[in-house]
Ligand binder design. Structure first.
Ligand code: SF4
Ligand code: SF4
Length: 274
């Protein structure tokens, strides 16, 4: 916190990476609230003030802390332009500090209660319907049998009707390439990385440990997911909790199948996509 130079580079996409400063703002939090405390530079000052007791966790301060989306854009910008002060870890720590002190936003309680009860942070969704998206796909239940890899749909693709189509299409592509696709038949839980992003470290670690045990008991060696959050959770945050399996985003896995020749493209798609 003390080493921050107040350059405010963390508020911008590094200018040499973009065509115009007009497209340069990267922090949604200060973009919306337009006050320094809402960018990580100001959050560093706030953190110092909390340590020295020159500030307290008032309603306004709590709101400012939780307004960070943990998108990580400031972290990339500080690494590229300045000192690599690890703003992302700091933002997580600041939120965890607020939660430890019982300072949360009203909606967060509902979300964390849903995680505890239904093992998903999608409020209103039941654990019993978690695998409805996979009906009729012939996935191998890895708690009973063996498969080439475990497909982890994640909460959004499991419950959101539009994203269920993505999960189903992903599985069909993998099966067409001859991959024996497995899943945990509903025994898995939310990756809970959003809990960590909201400051609920204990809840995240509890879910991570429970999922890691489920994966180990089912003999999972490879995880494939269509969810960017789950991907980040397993690849980065679970690795720190001891997960030792190969993790692919489904797009990476499909690229691997194309390179291995297991999957062949038959029709040209004349467009550039990102
Ligand atoms: S880019 Fe890094 S050094 Fe510069 S203000 Fe942001 S956190 Fe501080
Ligand atoms: S992680 Fe938080 S402080 Fe950093 S750019 Fe995103 S919203 Fe802003």
């Amino acid at each position: 916190m003390e080493r921050c130079s107040n350059c405010l580079g963390c508020k911008w996409i590094p200018f040499d990476k973009i065509k115009s400063q007009r497209f340069g703002e990267n922090c949604p939090s200060i973009g919306y609230y337009n006050f320094n405390t809402y960018a990580v530079r100001g959050r560093f000052q706030l953190g110092l003030a909390l340590l020295t007791k020159d500030a307290e966790l008032s309603e306004t301060v709590t709101q400012a802390i939780h307004s960070c989306t943990t998108c990580g854009a400031c972290d990339v910008a500080c690494k590229v332009t300045r000192y690599n002060l690890e703003p992302h870890d700091f933002n997580l720590a600041l939120k965890a500090y607020a939660i430890e002190k019982g300072k949360l936003r009203p909606k967060q309680r509902e979300i964390i209660e849903s995680l505890a009860k239904e093992k998903t942070m999608m409020v209103g969704k039941a654990r019993s319907s978690r695998t409805a998206w996979a009906d009729g796909l012939g996935l191998v239940d890895m708690t009973k049998g063996k498969a080439d890899m475990m497909f982890f749909a994640g909460c959004k693709a499991s419950y959101d009707e539009k994203l269920q189509k993505v999960a189903r299409a992903s599985v069909k592509i993998l099966q067409d390439a001859g991959v024996k696709v497995g899943f945990l038949a509903g025994s898995e839980m939310c990756c809970a990385v959003r809990a960590e992003q909201m400051g609920f470290r204990e809840e995240f670690e509890k879910n991570a440990r429970a999922n890691i045990k489920l994966f180990a008991d089912a003999g999972v060696k490879t995880i494939v997911t269509p969810c960017s959050d789950c991907y980040q959770a397993f690849k980065r945050r679970y690795a720190a909790q001891g997960l030792q399996v190969q993790v692919y985003h489904v797009v990476e896995y499909i690229e691997k199948l194309l390179k291995d020749g297991a999957l062949k493209l038959t029709k040209p798609v004349p467009m550039t996509v990102t």
